[in-house]
Design a protein around this ligand. Sequence first.
Ligand SMILES: [Zn+2]
Length: 218
Amino acid sequence: MKNKIFFLCMITVLTVLFCVTPALAGRAEKLAALEQRITSYTLNPEYKDEIYALAVVKIALESIREGSGGIGACLVDSTTGEIVEYGRNRQFSPHFRSDFHAEMDLLNKYEDRVKKMNDPDNYNNPRECKNLVLVTSVEPCPMCLTRIINSGIKTVLYVVEDREGGMATCLNSLPPFWKEFAEDREFRLADCSAELRQIAMDLFDFSSRSFAKNRVKK
Ligand SMILES: [Zn+2]
């Protein structure tokens, strides 16, 4: 019996040493290489959204370091070009929050800070978001897209498309109300280099979606 327990313990230790440790080391190396590509990147003046694309991939890297998904977002005042808010995926840190995608985090911070009031008598419309552009490293998912539409923000740029889960490229599939609400909005790819798009995609690839496919369906 003792031999059997010893044998099982050894198998566990060897599995950790030969399977888990190299995987973690590989992840750390990949992250370090990505960080290097981001810090050494030089903005290309040919592309007008580069500065924001670079800003959101930097924040996406922070999200991964915290243990969440590799997506970052920022809010730009297009009259000044200034970034007025940042958001990042914070689903798993400090604890699980299913709503904390980067765009949701950004909008929570912005709306809590600005505290707009609904006051039709004084022509105050809380959805008035003149000049604000939301930039995100990955095309918004259905949850974030409807939140953005509801927020009133009219222009959304994403660094890469999300063919498996993005909603901005599927606006025609929205329910009738949301489709109509979205009619005056613009969703498009950010104007940036292929290298920045690749960085955004490589960061996004750190987020695992296998839980949906592999779960036990009851
Ligand atoms: Zn989302």
